[in-house]
Design a binder for this molecule. Structure first.
Ligand SMILES: Cc1cc2nc3c(=O)[nH]c(=O)nc-3n(C[C@H](O)[C@H](O)[C@H](O)COP(=O)(O)O)c2cc1C
Length: 356
């Protein structure tokens, strides 16, 4: 199937169908922040700025990879870029594989830099592409949008369930290492909604990856998206298998704790089902340096930059409110607040021998 059609089909399904994990959540509901009824901090004194990969963000929030490659992708990237430039946040463009296959689609990614001349922008490619294309081609991709980082996404679950994929995974880890060595900009590695455990985070840091985006379970479920596609294409086998994996993966809260316990200097991006400023505050307390959202931005991105701005401002103000209520006035201080970990997350931490 034409890659452009497939990408627009993903967008269409994410807009029309239920695509989030069905029974599982992020497990952030098991994280409690110590509420301070005597806060001694005023909202206007709370500073949310953070430094991330050489950029000063107004808050630890970015828009995760969504799309590109079609006129719809052009519109989405343009609107996201405009919003993040205005708010001094950052973004990652969607997979640029299509630009490697069809160079005429580069315009739909380039627009991000045009609309966000000073914001942090990451390029994006799937780990499968590391085998198909040379590092020189990746450098071209990065340069085509004057990106500040390259994000390599790991989506083995989706690749296994997608109707047209025949994935092979052997040898891909070392390909990530080769890309890290040859690129002059930081490499971020992200999952896409199934999360991460410490063993893989250790490997990624050893390869020299500068930031790890856990993209955990509890938000967009790519097995659920691919299930809907398989049903549309009457592929009963892929539909049947996909259904069993709607809730597969490591919940976002557990993923953050796993990765935090593994890395020394790599920065951690929390994502996967973050839907409020409270979720973001909890993710930071668990050890995230940056937070990212995708699905909540999709509908607003079709309406315009102001609609995206509204969603992002709600997240920012929610985070500010959570900071006041935990009695802190800086993100660095929020990181030091000790969250209370309960229920299944506490069992997980215990079972895995992690420090919560
Ligand atoms: C419509 C849509 C398209 C996506 N496309 C990409 C992509 O091209 N590359 C990528 O790395 N992640 C992609 N993602 C995954 C997100 O970046 C993110 O990791 C995941 O959706 C979890 O975040 P969320 O629960 O906030 O949506 C996409 C997500 C959505 C909703």
């Amino acid at each position: 199937m034409d890659i452009e059609v497939r990408k627009d089909e993903h967008i269409e399904i994410c807009l029309a169908e239920a695509v989030e994990a069905e029974r599982e959540t992020t497990w952030l509901e098991y994280v409690y922040l110590p509420h301070r009824c005597l806060p001694e901090v005023d909202p206007e004194d709370v500073g949310l700025e953070v430094d991330f990969l050489g950029f000063r963000f107004s808050a630890p929030i970015m828009v995760s990879a969504i799309t590109g490659g079609s006129s719809l992708g052009f519109k989405i990237n343009a609107n996201i870029a405009e919003a993040v430039e205005k708010l001094r946040l950052g973004m990652c463009v969607g997979s640029q594989r299509i630009a490697l296959e069809k160079p005429e689609t580069v315009y739909s990614f380039k627009i991000a830099r045009e609309r966000a001349p000073t914001a942090f922008i990451s390029a994006n490619i799937g780990f499968q592409e590391l085998r198909r294309y040379s590092v020189d081609r990746l450098i071209e991709l990065v340069e085509s949008i004057e990106a500040d980082a390259l994000t390599i996404h790991l989506n083995p679950l989706q690749e296994l369930l997608q109707i047209e994929s025949k994935p092979t995974f052997k040898g891909l880890t070392s390909k990530i290492g080769e890309a890290v060595k040859q690129l002059r900009i930081p490499v971020i590695v992200k999952e896409t909604g199934a999360g991460m455990i410490r063993e893989d985070a250790v490997k990624l840091e050893e390869l020299g990856v500068k930031a790890i985006d856990v993209a955990g379970l509890g938000g967009t479920s790519w097995s659920r998206v691919e299930y809907h596609r398989a049903v549309r294409w009457h592929n009963y086998l892929k539909a049947g298998v996909s259904k069993a994996f709607w809730d597969w993966g490591i919940p976002t809260a557990a993923s953050i704790i796993e990765v935090r316990s593994a890395v020394r200097s790599a920065r951690i991006i929390a994502s996967g089902g973050l839907r409020s400023g409270v979720d973001i505050a909890k993710a930071i307390c668990l050890g995230a340096d940056m937070c990212a959202v995708a699905l909540p931005i999709l509908k607003p991105a079709l309406r315009g930059p102001h609609e995206i701005e509204k969603i992002l401002r709600i997240l920012i103000e929610g985070l500010r409110t959570a900071a006041v209520l935990t009695g802190v006035s800086r993100i660095d201080e929020l990181k030091k607040v000790k969250p209370i970990i309960a229920g299944r997350l506490a069992e997980w931490v215990n079972e895995r021998g992690l420090k919560g």
